[in-house]
Design a protein around this ligand. Structure first.
Ligand SMILES: [Zn+2]
Length: 77
């Protein structure tokens, strides 16, 4: 019992460490990947947006680089 508690404590601290380092990586990818400016699109142009991360936009039908969900097709109005 005591061992499994220690084990889960180690796992949790590892997970927290991972989350922290991936946050740093995420900030870098955000700078390079968020290049789509929807204000430059014409009315009727198709783009793709993540429902979970509205800031994730793409011209390609791809998966969100943040959560992995398929992006939702949107039409510029
Ligand atoms: Zn997402």
């Amino acid at each position: 019992m005591k061992q499994s508690f220690l084990l889960s404590a180690v796992i949790i601290s590892l997970l927290l460490g991972c989350t922290h380092s991936s946050n740093n990586a995420e900030q870098k990818t955000t700078a390079t990947q968020s290049t789509l400016d929807t204000t430059k699109l014409k009315i009727g142009d198709v783009f793709y947006q993540c429902e979970m991360n509205p800031e994730v936009l793409s011209l390609k039908d791809t998966a969100c680089y943040k959560c992995g969900m398929d992006l939702t097709k949107r039409v510029k109005k």
